[in-house]
Design a protein around this ligand. Structure first.
Ligand SMILES: [Zn+2]
Length: 83
């Protein structure tokens, strides 16, 4: 009898934990997605080929003390050579 009560208590505790866990992870994912979307929306210009790329997928390089964003590592290397 006592064993059964402990078992039921354990199930309830696990259920509450699972409920809290799924709810917590859901809200976390939501805010993370929103953050990523904001970064994605920011467009940067590749100074070598004059193409606009989302900041999140751009290649970031420090050239001559300035931050530059490129569409590909090849562009970054070519720009560096010219600078
Ligand atoms: Zn480029």
């Amino acid at each position: 009898m006592i064993r059964n009560l402990i078992f039921i208590f354990l199930i309830l505790a696990l259920y509450q934990m699972w409920k809290g866990f799924t709810r917590g992870s859901k809200t976390k994912h939501f805010s993370q997605n929103n953050g990523l979307r904001q970064i994605d929306d920011e467009m940067v210009k590749d100074p070598h080929c004059q193409v606009y790329i989302p900041k999140s997928s751009a290649i970031k390089r420090h050239i001559a003390g300035q931050e530059h964003y490129f569409c590909s590592p090849t562009c970054a290397e070519k720009f560096k050579e010219q600078a």
